[in-house]
Design a protein around this ligand. Sequence first.
Ligand SMILES: N[C@@H](CCC(=O)N[C@@H](CS)C(=O)NCC(=O)O)C(=O)O
Length: 216
Amino acid sequence: MITLYGQPLSSYTAKVRVALLWRGLTFQECEPPGGYQSAAWREKVPMGTLPALEHDGFFLAESEAILEYLEDAFADRPLMPEQAQARARVRSLARLHDLHVEPRVRALFPLIRQPQQRARLPELLAALDDKMQRLSEAAHPQPYMAGTLPSLADCGFAVTLPLAHRLLEELGQAWRLPTALSPWAEAMAQDAAVQAALSPWRQATEAWLKAARSHR
Ligand SMILES: N[C@@H](CCC(=O)N[C@@H](CS)C(=O)NCC(=O)O)C(=O)O
């Protein structure tokens, strides 16, 4: 039995959902026991973050560790190539998402909630575009980030880049991916598992944006 602990609005939860659906695994989803940021949740995940995964009594936090665990535990449905250097490249691109790109997207959230911060948009947009340009130079998608097949390197970007697009749209800013990433975006848009994984996250994001709009 696999349980994904998370919340619909959590993009890192959606990242793990992409991997689970790509693998065709059956799983249930639960909100964190006691609620997000609760003492009960911190007892299980000291950093208090989402998501976490439970598999037959084994409990694990941190999305990238979860993705690698699924790779080891369900080896018949790989999201990693076999060759050592190709595997390392997948990990490197996945790190690039978590450490460089996602934080630049997350930095846009305060601008949605607090219109007085919007003067920072040009600076934040330039920082994001710089990371996107570097990503396009690092990845050369064919059409997936690490080659011709989906891999762990795609899971985070599958959520974060639509999130960037949606947040910037909300901020009145048209945004386009670097041309080299267009085939990747097209592949994601046509991928049924990715779109199913994003569905609860999209709904929650729209509800959050609506609520943020009404509080301004
Ligand atoms: N490195 C963590 C990051 C997860 C993360 O930042 N999750 C967000 C929700 S999408 C969160 O829990 N934020 C609250 C916090 O950091 O306290 C992972 O990959 O699981």
